[in-house]
Ligand binder design. Structure first.
Ligand code: DX5
Ligand code: ZN
Length: 223
């Protein structure tokens, strides 16, 4: 099994103090920084873009995990690579040519991820595994932080984990949406190795205590 990673989503951070918030989750033991990009077109919300990524880049040693909820995607990918993104994921519905977009991300020197909405079938993995570093399963509909975990994501995780294992490839399985201290163990048991958590971390006073509580739950995982 691959090492577990906790990825705070800065969508729930205090944007007026974003640099401090990033430093705080890094000091609290985050493994990755999840960076949600929303365009008010593919999803009904507007967030942050490459300029913000570039200004955070020199302030953190964490890898930046960019989750594009934008359509179209290709034009913005080189911009995020230049802005210091390490991983870039997009939704297959947002690209006319999924294979080309995956190749573009790798050509830009980043790891490539494909993001699945709750109703997006895993059949998109059939012809893409050779170009993938990450599968990002959404356990809420994209667009907002603070929504509840959709339980059917658990069986989808189990299915995705089987597909990844059968491929024998080094592909990470990330879950995004409604992850909390009290459900993270069950989510890990279903096969996730990377856990995005926005409101569950940033709504608490002590980020370190929250991340540690998540790690304690993860330590009990039976696989
Ligand atoms: C939703 C985003 C998530 C979101 C998660 O569209 O992709 O990354 O920030 O927030 P929580 O953890 O609060 O559900
Ligand atoms: Zn996200």
């Amino acid at each position: 099994m691959l090492p577990i990673r906790i990825a705070p989503s800065i969508l729930s951070a205090d944007f007026a103090r974003l640099g401090e918030e990033v430093a705080a989750v890094e000091a609290a033991g985050a493994d990755l920084l999840h960076f949600d990009v929303m365009d008010n077109h593919y999803v009904p919300n507007l967030s942050i873009g490459p300029l913000v990524c570039a200004s955070l880049r020199p302030r953190t040693g964490l890898q930046i995990d960019v989750h594009l909820m934008v359509k179209p995607v290709d034009r913005i990918i080189p911009e995020f690579a230049k802005a210091g993104a390490n991983i870039i994921s997009f939704h297959p519905e947002a690209s006319e040519h999924v294979d080309r977009t995956l190749a573009l991300i790798r050509e830009c020197g980043c790891k490539a991820g494909l993001a699945f909405n709750p109703a997006t079938p895993l059949s998109h993995l059939e012809h893409t595994l050779d170009k993938l570093d990450l599968v990002l399963l959404m356990s809420v509909n994209p667009g907002f932080g603070g929504q509840s975990f959709i339980p059917s994501a658990l069986s989808k995780l189990r299915e995705a984990r089987k597909i990844i294992a059968a491929s024998g490839r080094d592909i990470r399985l990330e879950i995004d949406g409604g992850v909390k201290v009290d459900n993270i163990r069950q989510i890990a048991e279903a096969g996730a190795d990377t856990f995005v958590a926005g409101s569950a971390i940033f709504s608490t006073k002590d980020y370190k205590a929250t991340i540690n509580a998540m790690r304690n739950e993860l330590a009990k995982v039976k696989r």
